[in-house]
Design a protein around this ligand. Structure first.
Ligand SMILES: Cc1cc2nc3c(=O)[nH]c(=O)nc-3n(C[C@H](O)[C@H](O)[C@H](O)COP(=O)(O)OP(=O)(O)OC[C@H]3O[C@@H](n4cnc5c(N)ncnc54)[C@H](O)[C@@H]3O)c2cc1C
Length: 385
């Protein structure tokens, strides 16, 4: 085994691993980041469509994403990288009483957790999104501080900043084992050698359960496949991310927005879930989502789709991440189970992990960590997962 020693080893150069490496290095903690793929963000990060919202139904996810929004919205001014940040907001639309009721019921917890969100009546929603089908529209919620950014450009921005701060990366290297001694982490083993460390952060995304198993632990993270697509670029006509939570045959919700360069980017949640690690796109996806999107926004019938792709959500049974230290193995930390929100959660999770490792946890962090503990019952379901 190599004698290289690191303060922290992060397994995974993805949506969580890269910003975490930056924020740790800013505090003088030098991590090593290991990824099995050839370059940063090649797991699920590059599959994300770029939505960044603090509009969730749980305190922890709202707090983490409010913090992420601070990072994304100030990144270009702070470091000069264009990450295609745009503050278009999120509009959850309602065409039936049951969705209107469900969305209105969430407003209380969302507002009390600090989210700037309100209900828009039908006319206000049509002012905001004039292209919406007006037939049957009741209104919806609007959180104007949410937004979007390019996952690939953001990933590279975090990666470059981490390199500048002295973070070391190893690509095309797979973590194959965690070395433990007397209940403590002392290193990691890889297919190319090994590294000594007293702290391992599992940020392994859809592959995180196998990493936990290497430590003799378990965590209920199961990969499932989701598809996305992008159209040709057109003149700006759509400001917020539009989310339709009505279930339909073969799918639950779907969401889309017009990104800064002009293309409409879209994604659907298949029902039942497609469990597994298959990342090959299918011919079933586009007809399914196109019908739903054109129904909601008829003018989309005239736009051409450029390409589709498929990636993995690292799902947990309750739709919330798992973040926290292991009680069984000192030095091991879970930062896994980001579900369909790992890109938007990444910077907030990275800052939380940094506070944990520098003994600067706040009272709000304690509430967040209690909610996301690996030792919870995984009973309920986050309503906007
Ligand atoms: C179609 C689609 C659309 C999405 N849209 C959005 C969106 O709009 N907004 C949003 O926030 N999220 C979105 N997501 C979800 C988001 O992509 C994921 O939640 C997020 O990327 C997970 O981040 P992560 O860091 O946990 O995993 P990843 O980004 O996948 O990183 C994990 C890394 O760990 C590495 N790894 C794992 N095991 C090992 C090992 N043993 N050795 C070495 N390396 C290892 C992997 O190679 C991988 O690179 C979308 C996902 C899909 C599929």
């Amino acid at each position: 085994m190599s004698t290289d020693t690191f303060d922290v080893v992060i397994v995974g150069a993805g949506s969580v691993g890269m910003p975490t490496a930056c924020f740790l290095a800013e505090q003088g903690i030098k991590p090593l980041v290991i990824d099995q793929f050839a370059s940063p963000g090649q797991g699920s990060n590059k599959a994300a469509i770029g939505g960044i919202r603090a509009t969730h139904s749980s305190f922890a996810k709202i707090q983490l994403c409010l913090d992420s929004l601070r990072v994304f919205s100030t990144w270009e001014a702070s470091y000069g990288d264009n990450i295609e940040w745009a503050q278009g907001g999120y509009a959850f639309v309602a065409y039936r009483e049951q969705e209107a009721r469900a969305l209105k019921n969430l407003l209380k917890i969302q507002q009390s957790a600090g989210l700037n969100i309100r209900w828009l009546e039908r006319a206000e929603m049509l002012d905001l999104v004039p292209a919406l089908n007006p037939d049957g529209l009741l209104g919806g919620t609007y959180s104007h501080e949410d937004g979007s950014a390019s996952p690939m450009m953001s990933g590279h921005a975090f990666y470059r900043r981490a390199l500048e701060l002295g973070v070391r990366f190893r690509f095309q290297e797979r973590v194959t084992g965690l070395i433990r001694r007397r209940g403590m982490v002392v290193g990691v083993r890889t297919d190319k050698g090994g590294y000594a460390t007293e702290t391992v952060i599992n940020a392994g995304g859809a592959w995180a359960r196998a990493v936990a198993n290497m430590a003799g632990l378990d965590v209920p993270v199961v990969p499932d496949s989701h598809e996305a697509g992008i159209t040709e670029p057109v003149a700006p006509f759509l400001s917020p991310m539009v989310v339709d939570i009505r279930p339909d045959e073969g799918s639950t919700n779907y969401y889309f927005y017009q990104h800064k360069p002009g293309g409409v980017v879209f994604c659907i949640t298949p029902d039942p879930p497609i469990v597994g690690t298959d990342r090959r796109e299918t011919s079933a996806y586009l007809p399914m989502i196109a019908r739903r999107m054109v129904g909601l926004m008829p003018r989309l019938a005239n736009i051409k789709v450029r390409r589709t792709w498929r990636g993995l959500y690292p799902m947990t049974p309750d739709g919330s991440p798992v973040i926290g230290r292991s009680k069984e193995l000192e030095g091991y930390i879970h930062a896994v189970g980001m579900c369909g929100q790992g890109f938007m959660l990444g910077p907030g999770v990275g800052r939380l992990l940094t506070r944990m490792l520098t003994d600067r946890e706040t009272d709000a962090d304690a509430v967040t960590l209690k909610e996301l503990t690996p030792y919870r019952a995984f009973a309920g379901t986050e309503a906007l997962k």
